[in-house]
Design a protein around this ligand. Structure first.
Ligand code: FRU
Length: 486
């Protein structure tokens, strides 16, 4: 009853903010809250034939605060319907926040597993965390179970960082991993529990731990099998920048290896960053009924400049991306095929055409998908790319430096005042393909069929003057250039 009131109150607060919200940067086809703050995606799951996505949400303010779980669902991963807030904090088990977690379909009962956050001294950020469960049979209203907290405290060799449960079933057993920090090394690690009923959990041990170079805390872990290998995705806090890698405040990446449930031994390769833009964090995945492993991330970064706060909202999720594993253990990310449903008018700009300098693609739309393919065998230029132009000074530039084999995203003239350029190595010997999704305040780049992705928020304020493709220092053969209004 009390929870119901809290949810109602939060919905009313959202309604109020919505009325005065400035829409200029509101996204056209990404998941956002109706108003105010969001961060991590939570509880990605398919339930009774529909896709459900929850997210960390503060419905009372455009800044982070006591965490609720916002909720949307979709039949096609493209058109999302807002549902009432699923979880509101303030009970004994989650007094100061319902932090990140996951969801499973337990024989028709939609079960959310999440972290309860509790301050003992809020001013100095002293807190403890426990794990909780809430259930629903209609996929809309959730009840926190009487057994909460289902895990009261972390193992003894752990600090108070103990959060972000990801639960899955293997054979007849439920498994849970959590982001955690060891006391001794003060480093990030992932710990494993198991359960037969989602209520009583037994601690198994450490599944993976930083070797000292992977940060002080691992947030939002995920662990799944792909083609016989196991992938551990996680968001380490505090890795040092290393050339073009790990340039954001916090990172998101993965280890690939072999795993045995019997021994809890995960033997893996080195850490690989998952996305190379400015704004990608806390990614989570789920397996859908078509057998696809689908990932969604938070399309922002902690401590970044977030100009939409002034407008009454903040935060969004990335497009859903299908994951594939290559034979050399790299994870590829590509937009799910349903995103073609967004395509409206198709414009075939050029095919098999040589360009030099800039080639204007006349288009003023805010919501676009652009696919460009360069034939590098027939290209003498030193760099090629795509530019979004504003009417005056603004531009976002995506450049491929052919000699250096680097993809470069420059947002210095589209609202990122500091630290505005990201670079990533991309091998392209004969062909370069760029699939680019543009929304009112975001750009998502999928290069060479998902070999590298770059996700960034941009904040253009000028009217858009068009899209250009370009070749510098010579000619480039454009094998194809097509775009769609979305
Ligand atoms: C990651 C994170 C999680 C936590 C949540 C709180 O961005 O810090 O570890 O559960 O956000 O909102």
């Amino acid at each position: 009853m009390i929870t119901k009131n809290r949810i109602q109150q939060a919905e009313e607060a959202l309604q109020q903010t919505k009325e005065s919200m400035n829409e200029r940067f509101r996204l056209g086809y990404h998941i956002m809250a109706p108003a105010n703050w969001i961060n991590d995606p939570n509880g990605l799951v398919q339930y009774k034939g529909e896709y459900h996505v929850f997210y960390q949400h503060h419905p009372y303010d455009e800044n982070w605060g006591p965490m609720h779980w916002g909720h949307v669902k979709s039949k096609d991963l493209v058109h999302w319907e807002h549902l009432p807030i699923a979880l509101a904090p303030g009970d004994v088990c989650d007094s100061d926040g319902c932090f990140s977690g996951s969801a499973v379909d337990n024989d028709g009962e939609l079960t959310l597993i999440y972290t309860g956050h509790h301050y003992t001294d809020k001013k100095n950020d002293v807190f403890y965390q426990n794990q909780n469960i809430a259930v629903s049979t209609d996929g809309v209203t959730f009840e926190k179970v009487g057994e909460n907290p289902v895990i009261v405290a972390p193992p003894e060799d752990s600090t108070h960082h103990f959060r972000d449960p990801k639960v899955w079933k293997h054979e007849d057993t439920w498994y849970m991993i959590l982001g955690n920090q060891s006391i001794e090394e003060q480093s990030g690690r992932v710990i494993l529990y198991k359960s037969s009923d989602l209520r009583k959990w037994e601690y198994i041990g450490v599944l993976a731990q930083s070797d000292g170079s992977h940060g002080f805390m691992w947030e939002c872990p995920d662990f799944f099998e792909m083609d016989g290998k196991y992938v551990l995705m996680l968001s380490p806090q505090g890795m040092e920048a290393d050339g073009d890698n790990y340039n954001n405040l916090f990172q998101t990446g993965y280890f690939v290896g072999d795993y045995q449930y019997e021994t809890n031994l995960f033997q893996h390769g080195s850490f690989i960053e998952l996305d190379h833009g400015h704004d990608f964090y806390a990614v989570q995945t789920f397996l859908d009924d078509k057998g696809r492993r689908i990932a969604i991330g938070w399309m922002d970064m902690w401590e970044a400049d977030m100009p939409t706060k002034k407008d009454g909202w903040c935060g969004a999720l990335t497009l859903p991306r299908e994951l594939k594993l290559t034979s050399d253990n790299k994870v590829l990310m590509n937009p799910v095929e349903e995103l073609t449903l967004l395509r409206e008018l198709e414009h075939d700009v050029c095919a098999d055409k040589s360009i030099s300098g800039t080639h204007l693609v006349e288009e003023k739309g805010d919501l676009l998908e652009i696919n460009v393919e360069f034939d590098l065998n027939l290209t003498s230029a030193s760099s090629v790319g795509v530019k979004l132009r504003g009417a005056k000074e603004e531009e976002t530039i995506l450049t491929y430096d052919i000699k250096e084999q680097k993809l470069i995203l420059d947002c210095s003239k589209s609202g990122k005042k500091e630290d505005s350029v990201r670079r990533v190595s991309l091998q392209s010997d004969s062909k370069l393909s760029l699939q680019v999704f543009i929304d009112r305040s975001s750009i998502e780049v999928f290069a060479n069929e998902g070999q590298k992705t770059m996700t960034s928020r941009i904040y253009p304020t000028e009217e858009r003057a068009g899209i250009e493709i370009f070749a510098e220092g010579g000619e480039a053969l454009v094998a194809d250039c097509t775009y769609w209004n979305l």
